[in-house]
Design a protein. Structure first.
Length: 96
């Protein structure tokens, strides 16, 4: 536990907790449900934190407002995946 805390302290300034959350929880969701299509599209490799963060509002809009991503032909987000994605977006927003 102390070891983990010291890692967080050490990397804190360059590795935000939002990014840590993204790497651990959000990336696997994107890999499972979005990357098969989007990783190949220009600028849409959202398995990378920076590009995902840049596209965050669009992702929010399509997944949670229009609810048309992933497309109906593809496996939907599970309730858990959906809440992971939503919590990440909410905490990024509250930081700005
Ligand atoms: C089966 C392939 C496929 C999957 C899976 C998929 N998408 Fe898409 N997505 C597309 C295509 C094709 C477009 C472009 C056409 C359109 O806008 O509907 C698109 C468009 C989008 C856009 C708009 C991009 C822009 O620049 O305007 C967003 C945001 C998006 N998808 C997010 C997601 C997210 C987040 C996931 C995973 C939860 C996902 N998509 C899963 C095929 C897919």
């Amino acid at each position: 536990m102390n070891y983990i805390m010291s890692l967080i302290t050490t990397f804190g300034p360059i590795f935000s907790s939002n990014q840590a959350y993204f790497e651990k929880n959000v990336r696997p969701v994107i890999e499972a449900k979005c990357a098969s299509c989007h990783a190949g599209m220009a600028g849409q490799d959202w398995t990378q934190y920076k590009s995902a963060k840049r596209a965050m509002s669009k992702i929010n809009f399509r997944v949670f407002v229009l609810k048309n991503m992933p497309p109906m032909s593809s496996p939907a987000l599970t309730a858990q995946e959906s809440s992971i994605l939503k919590s990440w977006i909410d905490s990024e927003k509250s930081e700005n």
